[in-house]
Design a protein. Sequence first.
Length: 245
Amino acid sequence: MNKSSILTRLTNSRVWRSFFRHGWPDNPLDRSLAMTSNLFFHLHPVKVSRKSLKWSYSFGLGIISSILFGVLVFTGILLMFYYVPSVERAYPTMKEIQLSVPLGQFTRNMHRWAAHAMVLAVILHMARVFYTGAYKPPREFNWVIGVILLLLTMGSSFTGYLLPWDQLSFWAITVGTNIAGYAPGVGDTVRQILLGGVEVGQSTLIRFYTLHIALLPTLVALLVSVHIWRVRKDGGLAANEVEER
Ligand code: HEM
């Protein structure tokens, strides 16, 4: 059997067809189907300008933020196998992860560094969008989604900070929630809701844990999907339009 007949048999097989809804991309139709039926390739518009493909236009900061979020979800799930969100067990389990779990120290550091890097990447991404004027119509909706993503990123960072339950986390959250308490009118209520009481304790830990591992990442995942879908629907990066004019 020659090479091309093996390829034809493979691409006509039912298993192949259930994964890829097109033939081997050796003709214009299958080539375009290969692009439009692939989730990642489909994120790009049909035509893109050279300027938007230049590294120095976006520095890939949006993609870098998305990848860091992926790293955080992956390493976060690994940490959840050991971490126990109770005031008696949180610190010892965190030490156990560092000292006796295989690759525990590495996983924890990956999680910590990726978290710091994500905050930085999202802020730089926002600055890039601002300086290239990409917040202007029709992208104003995506700018607003972006602002919510920034707040969610900060929220994830803040809630994660308490989880090691060491002196640094305890006092950082005490100071942070006290600052929230000074907001006019709603301050005291917000502080009480965050703490689940009058001071940082077990109720605070379980609230922060639930926000950190369930609510905030789910919202980030949903909004990042809408955000990237919107980039595609608005005709790709704003640089495309500048070149068309
Ligand atoms: C979790 C945080 C975020 C993620 C994962 C994310 C992801 C992305 C990606 C992948 C792109 C397309 C490629 C690129 O520009 O690098 C993009 C574009 C965009 N983002 Fe974000 N983003 C986030 C936060 C933000 C923030 C904080 C803002 C602004 C407040 C924002 C506003 C925008 C806008 C307006 C565009 C279109 C840019 C253009 O057309 O040139 N994003 N984002």
